[in-house]
Design a protein around this ligand. Structure first.
Ligand code: DGL
Length: 258
């Protein structure tokens, strides 16, 4: 049985990559909703329908757990998905809590990058209001970054210029941590390290999500360790060129060792 990962496009590969590093003896399935990527600029209702359809398809495969490797899909559909399917479903949310903890002693602020749809959801707003009692969290939607990422435009002047423009309103000396609250964004960790002042730490939810996955599978006695890292890519429009793109994206992450 495989561990499945789902995202609108190639973003969830950043989480898959982390899981493959930590679980070399499991087998994996990765599903991208190529018919509807990007999710972050669409309506909640549309995204809910798209996610439901993809998860239906995934549930027909031989899978033992599903990671919704997409902050946007998680914020919209996770509760409903858990009611519908028996397999364990692990979601993602922007790593605001660890970021706030990292800044406790310095008193610096947290800047959360995510899709417009994630930032609009009550799930995100409730999370922030629950843990940000001092009003230290700001957010910035970066929808264009998902489009760049889907074209595998990662290290280019265009990206550097894009970040510089987006960050103009922020006095970066006040911030201690940037949270990558969309699974596409860790592809830009390298670029961000060059652009952001060196005191700013960059966090994302991949490792936390994989730890949760391991906990759940261990608890269910379903971590077999008999696989060999076999990986099956699927996408909603069955496009072989896109499958090649996903393979290339995984290779890119392996090359930078992120
Ligand atoms: N990768 C996704 C996320 O984590 C969604 C990006 C998109 O489709 O807009 O939010």
């Amino acid at each position: 049985m495989r561990i499945a990962f789902f995202d609108s496009g190639i973003g969830g590969i950043t989480v898959l990559h982390e899981a493959m590093k930590q679980l070399p003896h499991e087998d994996f399935l990765y599903f991208a909703d190529t018919l509807h990527v990007p999710y972050g600029t669409k309506s909640k209702e549309e995204v809910f329908t798209f996610v439901k359809k993809c998860v239906d398809t995934i549930s027909k495969e031989d899978v033992k757990a599903l990671v919704i490797a997409c902050n946007t899909a998680t914020s919209i559909a996770i509760a409903e998905l858990r009611k519908t399917y028996e397999m364990p479903i692990i979601g993602m949310e922007p790593a605001v809590k660890p970021a706030l903890e990292m800044n406790r002693s310095s008193g610096k602020r947290v800047l959360v990058f995510a899709t417009p749809l994630t930032l609009k959801q009550s799930k995100y707003r409730d999370l922030v209001s629950r843990i940000d009692d001092m009003g230290m969290v700001d957010s910035l939607p970066l929808p264009e970054l998902v489009d760049f990422c889907e074209q595998l435009i990662v290290e280019s002047q265009q990206i550097i210029d894009y970040f510089h423009t987006q960050l103009i309103p922020f006095d970066l000396s006040l911030y201690g941590t940037v949270v990558l609250g969309c699974t596409h964004y860790p592809f830009y960790r390298g670029v961000l390290k060059k652009i952001l002042p060196s005191h700013i730490q960059i966090v994302d939810g991949s490792a936390g999500t994989v730890n949760r996955l391991i906990q759940i599978l261990t608890h269910r006695d379903q971590l077999f360790g008999r696989g060999d890292g076999d990986l099956k890519f699927m996408c909603s429009n069955n496009d072989t060129a896109y499958i090649e793109k996903m393979e290339k994206a995984l290779k890119m992450l392996r090359n930078v060792g992120e």
